[in-house]
Design a protein around this ligand. Structure first.
Ligand code: ATP
Length: 310
């Protein structure tokens, strides 16, 4: 996350993430799933502007860079959510924890598609924790921030650090790894999303139908090795998302996107998180722009030409 200060106004850039590997290792007694995932930040970002305010209240103005918000879309729902926005929840948590009496005015500019497997909400929440500590001059340690992050959601800890990481547990155990900057990637978000809970439920049904309580686990080591050597072809071959097959049963967009990316001759392609956003690693920026145009022309959704951040 990138932070800039102008007088008492704090501006933070909150990046989206992609999952290059996602394995579900099992179900825990608390109902959460034990995960192993390699995540990389990309330069598709929301922007958060935070200014301390003496009123003791939090005012959030949530704007969307793309103004076409169809009724019933996750974006339209988020616009109505107000205090349920993770940004407000993060600020309120900091206020409560630190006993702060001040308030804040916040402007959130959303560019990351909502509920689409790109973790925009988690990234915004991480940015809000950092912004609140800065704006209210609270001396949180990194451990304090991690503890607050864990109370808000699973992916937030990843965004408190910079760069690529292997995340385990519910996602909150973060092990930074040396990643690759500047990978040219096209991300496509189709018109229909999937609820994360529905995708995990479908995975459980899928395992049960096969008469098992579990599936085989793909090792992350091949991908990590490929990333370390920077070998694009091997990275493309090693991409893996355990949720993709079951998400594909719930949404026809997944198979269509997989098919289009395969035809486009990308280095590798995969669904991100629990979907339905789907990405392809391209040979370069020109290749990526051509593919993005084609995806939009075929009505597959919104396409973003992005780069991985190291
Ligand atoms: P997850 O995999 O954690 O479910 P996701 O990457 O699919 O997340 P997000 O964009 O992070 O999707 O949104 C998840 C949910 O969080 C949405 O249903 C949304 O209404 C809610 N939410 C709350 N605050 C935000 C925010 N600032 N940005 C996006 N979503 C938010």
């Amino acid at each position: 996350m990138h932070i800039r200060r102008r007088d008492d106004l704090f501006e933070l850039w909150a990046p989206a993430k992609l999952n290059l590997h996602l394995e579900v290792l099992g179900r825990r007694s608390d109902g959460f799933h034990e995960l192993e995932t390699l995540m990389c930040p990309i330069n598709l970002c929301d922007t958060l502007y935070v200014q301390s305010h003496s009123s003791g209240r939090i005012w959030l103005d949530c704007q969307f860079a793309d103004r076409r918000l169809p009724n019933g879309s996750p974006e339209a729902r988020l616009a109505d959510e107000g205090a349920d926005n993770l940004v407000c929840r993060a600020l309120e948590l900091v206020r409560h924890e630190a006993g702060v009496k001040l308030g804040a005015t916040v402007r959130l500019v959303k560019r990351i598609p909502v509920a689409a497997g790109l973790a925009g909400g988690s990234s915004d929440a991480a940015a809000a924790l950092v912004a609140a500590a800065a704006a209210w001059k609270i001396d949180f340690t990194p451990q304090d921030l991690l503890r607050l992050a864990a109370q808000l959601g699973s992916d937030i800890a990843f965004f408190l650090q910079t760069g690529w990481a292997v995340c385990r547990g519910r996602g909150e155990i973060v092990q930074p790894v040396a990643g690759l900057g500047n990978l040219a990637v096209v991300v496509v978000t189709p018109p229909q999303g999937l609820a994360t809970a529905d995708v995990f439920a479908a995975l459980r049904r899928h395992d049960e139908q096969r008469g098992r309580t579990d599936h085989e686990h793909r090792s992350i080591d091949g991908l990590l090795d490929a990333v370390q050597t920077g070998h694009l072809g091997r990275i493309g071959q090693a991409l893996h998302n355990r949720l993709q097959t079951v998400a594909g049963r719930l949404s026809p967009w997944i198979a269509r996107l997989a098919d289009e990316f395969a035809r486009a001759g990308v280095v590798g392609h995969l669904m991100s998180g629990s979907g339905t956003s789907y990405f392809g690693i391209c040979r370069g920026a020109r290749h990526a722009r051509g593919i993005a145009r084609r995806m939009v022309a075929r009505g597959l959704g919104r396409a973003f030409v992005v780069r991985s951040r190291q």
